[in-house]
Design a protein around this ligand. Structure first.
Ligand SMILES: Cc1cc2nc3c(=O)[nH]c(=O)nc-3n(C[C@H](O)[C@H](O)[C@H](O)COP(=O)(O)OP(=O)(O)OC[C@H]3O[C@@H](n4cnc5c(N)ncnc54)[C@H](O)[C@@H]3O)c2cc1C
Ligand code: SF4
Ligand code: SF4
Length: 413
């Protein structure tokens, strides 16, 4: 067995180790739970990571108990359906927002935005914690709280760069009002785990809604597009990754009124330039098994062949998620389409199926190279083990070559 010089325990025991071993996804939970010790910052590679503020940055056990770099868990509720790839669920089917404007603006069919609207209109949630383009730097994403229907609608759309939505979690909890979270699957796992140790969060958390997630690029992916257009980031007034159609164009506008856009197909044509973060390459739950509802695209082979009116695949994962979907349909916010069988969902998300089957081998490769992995529970990683020696070797080689290694940022000044 090949070893690097550093030999770790199987799972990270400090936040520094999470970051240095490439297991951090920059969710922002560190900053939310211990702002006196951690502040989210961009690294030179364009990743959001916690930077240490204090001389004792490691008093972080309560963070590690929920950190997606240290632990990943599926929800544990019983469900009528269970699938080896897709996990526990109540329903898989096509759906879309009934409101034409939401459907048009949103990333896919507007499912997540329509659910947010429903939660606010009915008063079941007083606000939504999610994310938006930073108004001061629209290529970047920042966490936000939407108190109104108009705010949720204005913030529709997928943001493909780094996003630290959970940096706003404590602000949300401190409001002591019922709220919902719209975020990535890794964020959902962190919120669910955190709720086990935070009674105020558990009491006020109405539901967690996520997108099925193929991975978050570092900011270099977005910067490369600006470089192609010869645009300085300081001039950008709009950076929309998709939406305004399905998938809609990626559009950049600048202060002097000029605009550029490219198709979704062009944006993702060259896989070598995706700059997907390390944690995403070994993501144990990209399909939202810790959430109440997961929303997906529905293109065969995951490839859009042109623009369409906007459709989502929905996976309801808990009784709460199932009831919420039924209510939103009855209230006229969502339209129901046909059911999607699990093997059809495989065809819509082939990359997720490949990753799920490759994970056990990838994790073995990392451990062989002497680097830690997250703990996982209820995600069937070992059961799906394809024992792919190539994946294992490639993963070990990545770690040995230092491609999972990162530097813990420090705050300047
Ligand atoms: C990084 C990333 C990878 C994705 N990979 C896949 C994939 O592999 N397969 C697939 O089927 N779909 C994928 N999607 C999901 C797809 O793009 C749509 O987001 C999803 O279908 C929901 O569509 P919607 O119309 O319901 O969303 P909308 O109604 O447009 O709502 C989107 C909501 O998500 C929030 N949000 C947007 N970006 C982020 C982010 N980066 N982090 C946290 N919250 C965010 C917004 O604040 C908004 O509330 C991905 C999305 C992202 C952001
Ligand atoms: S994944 Fe989140 S909680 Fe874990 S180290 Fe990174 S920012 Fe902190
Ligand atoms: S692929 Fe997994 S780790 Fe990466 S952003 Fe998506 S849910 Fe988070």
């Amino acid at each position: 067995m090949m070893q690097t010089g550093r030999v770790h325990s199987r799972h990270p025991t400090t936040i520094a180790q999470v970051v240095e071993s490439g297991l951090c996804i920059g969710c922002g939970l560190c900053e939310a739970l211990a702002p006196e010790r951690w502040a989210m910052t961009y690294t030179p590679e364009g990743r959001l990571r916690p930077a240490a503020r204090s001389s004792d940055p490691e008093a972080g056990l309560e963070i590690l108990a929920a950190c997606p770099g240290a632990v990943a868990r599926a929800h544990s509720e019983d469900t009528p359906c269970d699938d080896m790839i897709w996990g526990r669920y109540h329903r898989m089917e096509r759906t879309w927002a009934a409101d034409a404007d939401i459907r048009f603006r949103a990333a896919s069919g507007g499912l997540l935005t329509a659910l947010g609207v429903h939660l606010l209109r009915t008063g079941r949630a007083k606000f939504i914690l999610h994310c938006e383009a930073d108004p001061e730097a629209p290529m970047r994403t920042r966490w936000c709280i939407s108190d109104t229907v108009d705010q949720v609608i204005a913030r529709a759309g997928s943001r493909y760069g780094p996003s630290d939505t959970l940096a706003g979690l404590q602000v949300a909890v401190d409001r002591n009002e019922p709220f919902a979270v719209i975020a990535k699957p890794c964020d959902a796992g962190a919120v669910r785990s955190r709720a086990k140790n935070d009674a105020d969060l558990a009491r006020n958390l109405v539901c967690i809604l996520v997108m099925v997630c193929g991975g978050a690029s570092d900011l270099g992916k977005s910067q490369a597009l600006l470089d192609d257009y010869g645009v300085a980031e300081s001039d950008v007034t709009l950076f929309r990754y998709r939406g305004y159609g399905n998938p809609g164009a990626t559009r950049v506008e600048v202060k002097d009124g000029r605009a550029w856009q490219c198709t979704y197909g062009d944006l993702w044509a060259d896989e070598a330039g995706w700059r997907i973060q390390s944690r995403c390459k070994i993501c144990p739950d990209a399909n939202g098994e810790a959430a109440d509802i997961a929303a997906a695209d529905t293109w065969p082979g995951a490839n859009p062949v042109g623009e369409d009116a906007g459709f989502n695949g929905i996976i309801t994962r808990t009784e709460c998620g199932e009831a919420l979907f039924e209510e939103a349909v009855s209230a006229g916010l969502l339209v129901r389409g046909e059911a999607i069988a699990p093997r059809e969902f495989d065809d819509l998300q082939p990359h997720q199926v490949r990753k799920k089957r490759a994970l056990a081998a990838r994790l073995r490769g990392i451990l062989e190279a002497g680097s830690p992995i997250y703990a996982h529970e209820g995600l069937r990683i070992d059961e799906l083990d394809g024992r792919d020696a190539d994946q294992q070797d490639a993963s070990r080689a990545r770690v040995v070559a230092g491609r999972f290694s990162e530097t813990l940022p420090t705050l300047k000044g």
